[in-house]
Design a protein around this ligand. Structure first.
Ligand code: ZN
Length: 109
């Protein structure tokens, strides 16, 4: 895991007691990281903007609801004093940018 390589240890995975069950949570630092699939979470990228070929009436409202839930989870975490970073699936391919993004998030106060 890239976080371990960058020297960020002591995180917990999928904490059920936090809004949205963040994929990664640093309890002491109050920083949470969510890794989102571009299609399911409606990312503003090539994959996320791809229209479902079948069952559009099913998928589009479903993706919309997921997006709304993400926004609510983000707000709920902020209210609890947590900072949250969203990592998109498509960003996992570019290690350099991903590393920079993680570093700036983890080093911000
Ligand atoms: Zn994406």
């Amino acid at each position: 895991m890239i976080l371990r390589r960058l020297g960020f240890l002591g995180y917990r995975l999928h904490r059920k007691d936090l809004p949205g069950r963040p994929d990664i949570a640093f309890i002491n630092k109050r920083k949470a990281i969510m890794i989102h699939g571009c299609f399911w979470h409606g990312h503003d990228c090539k994959t996320g903007l791809r229209e479902p070929k079948s069952n559009r009436d099913y998928w589009l409202p479903k993706i919309q609801r997921t997006r709304e839930r993400d926004i609510q989870h983000h707000a709920a975490l902020n209210e609890l004093g947590w900072a949250m970073l969203t990592i998109w699936e498509c960003e996992l391919k570019d290690m350099e940018t991903l590393t920079a993004k993680l570093l700036s998030f983890m080093e911000s106060t």
